[in-house]
Design a protein around this ligand. Structure first.
Ligand SMILES: O=C([O-])CC(=O)C(=O)O
Ligand SMILES: [Mg+2]
Length: 394
């Protein structure tokens, strides 16, 4: 097994939307194409990109990780059976990297790892979900994945009516669970911000027939403990599907304090980028394996090689992979959800195009989606995305 070439680029995913913490006016993504040749002269090109929320990483990719991958010995890239070995490639990329302080190198490695898994599945002529089910779950893939429509962003001039209309569109697309942003009124005293958010939440709940289990709310890590507890108390009667990233993602003890007082499901993890960070959350964050939701995003956190370690760690701590619903709304995590039996995957029906979203011909029914049989991750089945990725190989 040898790497023939690696190409990389930067693509914009800028838009006018904002969450409670950042706007996306300058958001970018790294894209890569990795061409691999097996011992029998067969070639496959795998593609990778990072999902939203972290910027493109061209410096890290070019100065360190692409170089190391190109220099990796052939034996490191092959399994004993002669197939492409993403774990060996991962070890080669991480040579001479100290532990801890993961920063955004996990994003650069995640982009390349995605491309290697795409190539691995293409060389074996199977979709990635099938390859994963065969390797790690005795062939038991799920027949579809649960997905929910994430949106409800702040947007200039967007009021409650536009928010409800957006959610109505998601219901029309086949989603039954939706997510909206809260906590995004900068400088507003807590009491007023809460009042405004309660009105926004109630308007959306009305559309959902008053069923809180169909609505998630996302704070994007903006609150301190006091605000998180105040919002938690106000949200409790609505019995929401989940209360997402109420607190700074790395502040585990405040999560533990919130979990003592807020009974409903808490979701977090999209900004934890390694198995060790995830383990700290599990050890110290007071989260509850019977209800809370873990959103580690393999595209941002060193890829699937590391995500497999995270799943193993979770199981060792008494957590089911079904508690995982990755962030990012991309086909990589969707394949992982179906192949490894996660609880589902995020979906962005109207934002972060073309990186968010799934194959063009995959209808959503009652918030579930079926996967295709195309070898690899399936980017070739999503024309707007493939148009961007293909610029690397044309
Ligand atoms: O707005 C963002 O940064 C994305 C996000 O939190 C999510 O998809 O849950
Ligand atoms: Mg989020």
């Amino acid at each position: 097994m040898r790497i023939v070439s690696i190409r990389d680029g930067v693509a914009p995913i800028a838009s006018d939307i904002a969450n409670a913490y950042i706007d996306f006016s300058k958001m970018t993504a790294s894209i890569v194409a990795v061409t691999v040749e097996d011992g029998a002269g067969r070639r496959a090109t795998g593609f990778g990109f990072n999902s939203n929320g972290r910027y493109a990483q061209p410096g890290l990719l070019r100065e360190r990780f692409i170089q190391r991958l190109l220099e990796a010995p052939e034996v490191a890239l092959s399994t004993p059976e002669g197939t492409l070995n993403p774990a060996g490639a991962w070890a080669a990329m991480m040579r001479n990297e100290k532990p801890g302080g993961h920063g955004e190198r996990s994003v650069a490695v995640g982009v390349l790892d995605m491309a290697l898994w795409d190539a691995a599945a293409k060389l074996e002529g199977v979709p990635l979900w099938k390859l994963l089910a065969e390797r790690y779950r005795q062939g038991q893939a799920d027949d579809s994945a649960w997905i929910y429509a994430a949106g409800g962003y702040y947007y200039p001039g967007k009021g409650v009516d536009a928010l409800v209309e957006e959610m109505r569109r998601y219901l029309g697309m086949g989603y039954s669970v939706v997510k909206m942003k809260i906590g995004g009124a900068p400088g507003t005293p807590l009491r007023d911000a809460l009042k405004e958010d309660v009105a926004r939440i109630e308007a959306v709940l009305k559309l959902l027939g008053g069923d809180g289990s169909r609505l998630c709310v996302d704070v994007n890590g903006r609150f301190g403990l006091h605000a998180a507890l105040s919002y938690g108390a106000a949200l409790t009667p609505y019995k929401l599907r989940w209360y997402e990233e109420p607190l700074d993602p790395l502040d585990y003890s405040t999560h533990a304090a919130l979990a003592e007082h807020y009974d409903g499901p808490i979701a977090t993890g999209e900004n934890l980028f390694s198995m060790v960070d995830a383990r700290n959350l599990i050890r110290h964050g007071g989260l509850r394996p019977d209800r809370d939701v873990l959103q580690f995003d393999p595209a941002l956190s060193y890829g699937l090689v590391e995500y497999l370690r995270t799943l193993e760690m979770l199981v060792a701590h008494g957590w089911s992979p079904r508690r995982c619903v990755p962030h990012g709304g991309h086909q990589f995590a969707l394949n992982i959800a179906v192949g490894l039996g996660l609880g589902g995957n995020e979906s962005y029906p109207e934002v972060f195009a073309p990186f968010g979203g799934f194959a063009d011909d995959s209808p959503v029914q009652d918030s579930r989606i079926k996967l295709h049989d195309t070898p690899g991750i399936g980017f070739e089945r999503k024309s707007a995305l493939y148009t961007v990725l293909k610029t690397l190989t044309d």
